[in-house]
Design a binder for this molecule. Structure first.
Ligand code: SAH
Length: 221
């Protein structure tokens, strides 16, 4: 009985993961590596146990401290945009649960990630260690300052919404590197932006409307 139950849980979980992948494909995600990685990695370990049965729904979930783990479709979309650059060095601002960090770490050589809330930083550190994501460096800091010692970066990814383009972070981009970030316009609408460094200048594209928690200043210990 016990083992049957376990088997049942396993099957349900595989089925729900497959359903999630089908949904991501419907929403336009094409990169097989990205789909594979999301299908394989345990999103349920990044949320509270009470929510783990919802971990493979295409929905955002609370992670404590008023923050959310982004919906899989947006994690997949952002990961596709990052992977398209074939980057060596990626900086993420907004570690949160560490789920986006994990997905990236399976697809790029090294990820540096900053989080301003100590409790989230601590939990993400534990979860990522447990999952043997050794090519990840985490730091408790205000991400607005970036990680100057580790740069320049081929990609800088924000998982919280900035009120304007983060100029300071953009100086930590390698030549040809991109910033991928939700940025609010004057009407308060959030847009996913892609800003590419081109020598001394930058070119920006507005990709699509999105919804993220705000990028805030300072560290909460
Ligand atoms: N990628 C995360 C999403 C978490 S939500 C995940 O997969 O779970 C965005 C995160 O950005 C929150 O944890 C929030 O605390 C963090 N954040 C907001 N402003 C920040 C800043 N200035 N520096 C670092 N982290 C910040």
């Amino acid at each position: 009985m016990h083992s049957l139950e376990l088997l049942g849980v396993g099957m349900t979980s595989q089925r729900t993961r497959d359903r999630l992948i089908a949904r991501l494909m419907d929403s336009g995600i094409r990169d097989p590596q990205v789909l594979d990685t999301i299908g394989r990695e345990p999103r349920h370990l990044f949320v509270d146990e009470a929510l783990s049965h919802r971990a493979y729904e295409d929905t955002a979930l609370p992670i404590g401290s008023g923050q959310t783990l982004s919906q899989p479709a947006i994690v997949a979309r952002m990961t596709e945009l990052v992977v398209a650059e074939a980057p060596q060095r990626v900086l993420e601002v907004g570690t949160g649960s560490g789920y986006q960090t994990l997905i990236l770490s399976r697809l790029v050589p090294h990820v540096w990630s900053l989080e301003r809330i100590a409790d989230l930083h601590r939990r993400a550190t534990q979860t990522l260690r447990r999952l043997k994501a050794y090519n990840v460096s985490l730091r408790l800091a205000d991400g607005g300052e970036g990680w100057p010692d580790a740069g320049p970066f081929d990609v800088i990814l924000l998982t919280a919404c900035a009120s304007e383009l983060p100029q300071g972070l953009m100086t930590q981009l390698a030549d040809g590197g991109v910033l991928i970030a939700p940025v609010e316009d004057i009407d308060g609408q959030q847009w996913l932006m892609r800003v590419r460094r081109d020598g001394a200048g930058f070119t920006q594209e507005r990709l699509e409307p999105v919804r993220f928690v705000p990028l805030l200043q300072g560290v909460i210990r």
